[in-house]
Ligand binder design. Structure first.
Ligand code: NIG
Ligand code: FE
Length: 410
């Protein structure tokens, strides 16, 4: 538990930039966050009490960050933690010409499921905790954890419980998503697993309060749109929002199906159709961009400008996982999001803070610097947010605070 004194404080920095509500911010308007020079932020009991000019700061003796830029803490709304072990040999095999699809079988998701099953809970936590701390060093103040490396009823439940334990030990706020359909368990028919997921897994997870959302991997090597519909129905009965890995390796119509089902997000979208873009533009489903996985998979980018111009709510995350994206740095995701996917720096800021918080259902407590929200903030060694995507590979974080508590000082 944090010291009571650490829950109250104030900082002054050379500049501040934050999106403002209501969330999610759609399309081009995300280019217009609030920008202040010589800014101050104060908080009490971990909640923001003041955001404005430094000379109006109600608190005395604030910590001063000369040349620093204050932004809301990053919210990584798509990760595959908890997992155990790396798969860099598969990465090298792909560089030599093998496809992700070809490795899916003995390797890929099945291999991470085996590695997790072979690890004790304590070993898995010992692997994951340094990674979530490293995320804090890169400015992540809230994140998603996912299952999907269980691949049986018991193993998915175990991974969800492990995720809740990791959440309780992580310095950040974490939500848990049940990736109920990630890979068809070996020796089982696809529809049989979907039946187990819908009739047993989702109700059990809901009864134990183990997850905050449910996800489905729609792909030719994984699950179908029909499966997505069945899982969405079971999730709705359990009172859980649905998310979807959509159109990552090839087009399937998953994005428009996700919107039609009222999904909270459609993620990846490398091969989204025109109908998918149109649906995202008007529906209540965020488009979650994951350029680090596209980069490491040497894939092609989604039509990001078309989505933004059409008015989609865009979020941006790492997809941190051992198969397609061993990237845990949100500043790195911002660099890919701008230099490769074509987001403006301010669009990328909104996409990694307020809109990402909306995807996780955390937008009322985090994602922007507004009075009443948690004092989740990051101080960057930058004059303007554009410095972040301009310097990929550099960690711009000077300080990370979660609920006003200092978790990183660099
Ligand atoms: O988001 N492609 C589906 N799921 C993950 C990768 C999982 C893995 O390869 O372990 C993704 O890219
Ligand atoms: Fe993913």
């Amino acid at each position: 538990m944090p010291e009571p004194s650490s829950r109250r404080g104030a900082i002054v920095a050379s500049a501040l930039v934050t999106p403002t509500g209501p969330a999610p911010v759609r399309g081009r308007s995300s280019a217009e966050p609030l920008v202040l020079r010589d800014a101050g932020v104060a908080w009490e009991d971990g909640a923001i009490t003041y955001v404005g000019p430094a000379d109006g700061l109600p608190a005395s003796s604030p910590e001063v960050f000369e040349g620093g830029l204050v932004v809301p803490g990053f919210v990584d709304c798509h990760t595959h933690l908890p997992f155990v072990g790396w798969r860099d040999d598969e990465f090298e095999t792909r560089l030599a010409g093998a496809t992700y699809r070809a490795l899916h079988g003995e390797g890929g998701i099945y291999r991470s499921a085996r590695l997790l099953s072979e690890a004790e809970d304590e070993e898995a936590l010992a692997f994951c905790l340094p990674l979530v701390r490293e995320m804090a060093e890169h400015g992540t103040t809230a994140l998603e954890l996912k299952t999907g490396y269980g691949l049986s009823l018991e193993a998915e439940l175990r991974q969800a419980r492990l995720a809740r334990r990791l959440a309780s030990e992580a310095p950040q706020a974490c939500t848990v998503t049940l990736l109920a359909a990630h890979a068809v368990p070996h020796g089982m028919a696809r529809e049989d697993w979907v039946r187990v997921a819908c009739r047993e897994l989702i109700p059990a997870v809901a009864a134990e309060g183990l997850a905050d959302a449910v996800d489905v991997y729609v792909e030719d090597i994984a699950f179908s749109i029909e499966d997505l519909r069945a899982v969405a129905e079971a999730a709705a009965e359990a009172g859980l929002p649905i998310r979807c890995h959509a159109d990552q390796l090839g087009p399937s119509g998953a994005a428009e199906a996700a919107v039609a089902l009222g999904a909270r997000s459609a993620d990846h979208l490398n091969h989204v159709s025109r109908e998918g873009v149109e649906a995202l533009a008007i529906g209540d489903t965020a488009a979650v961009l994951l350029p680090a996985s596209s980069f490491l998979m040497r894939g092609s980018p989604p039509p990001v400008r078309a989505m933004a111009e059409a008015g989609a709510a865009i979020a941006l995350a790492t997809d941190f996982n051992p198969g397609t994206s061993a990237v845990l740095s949100m500043p790195e995701a911002v660099a890919f999001g701008c230099a490769w996917y074509g987001l403006t720096p301010h669009e990328a800021l909104t996409a990694t803070t307020l809109n990402a918080a909306w995807v996780l259902g955390l937008h009322e407590r985090t994602g922007s610097l507004e009075v009443g929200k948690d004092a989740d903030l990051v101080v960057l060694d930058a004059e303007a947010f554009r410095r972040v995507p301009y310097r990929p590979g550099h960690n711009p974080v000077l300080a990370t605070l979660v609920g006003g508590r200092s978790v990183v000082r660099r």
